[in-house]
Design a protein around this ligand. Structure first.
Ligand SMILES: [Zn+2]
Length: 97
């Protein structure tokens, strides 16, 4: 029998953005950030920003938050090469010709 590892069960590598689904899992299942995710959040202003906003809203809605988001990095100081947060890039220009 082959056991497949799904994306959700694999901790996020440092070079990859946190998926919005991961944020939801953190809140709903009262999980903590992995070391890799914390490292990513220390370097990626984009993920840090949306997770901070998401966490604030979740906390206001009454969800207990088990994780601590590291301080937001200064934008533009350090770039993290990573794939887009919301799915693979689409090439609309190609289909228009
Ligand atoms: Zn990111």
């Amino acid at each position: 029998m082959v056991v497949y590892e799904t994306k959700e069960r694999v901790s996020t590598p440092i070079g990859e953005h946190l998926q919005s689904r991961r944020g939801l899992t953190l809140v709903l299942h009262h999980q903590d950030l992995t070391a890799m995710e914390t490292l990513h959040l220390e370097r990626c202003a984009n993920c840090n920003e949306w997770l901070s906003t998401f966490t604030t809203l979740a906390r206001r809605a009454g969800f207990p938050i088990a994780y601590t988001i590291p301080p937001r990095p200064v934008r533009g100081v350090r770039r993290v090469s990573a794939r887009p947060v919301f799915g693979p890039p689409t090439n609309h220009a190609e289909s228009m010709t």
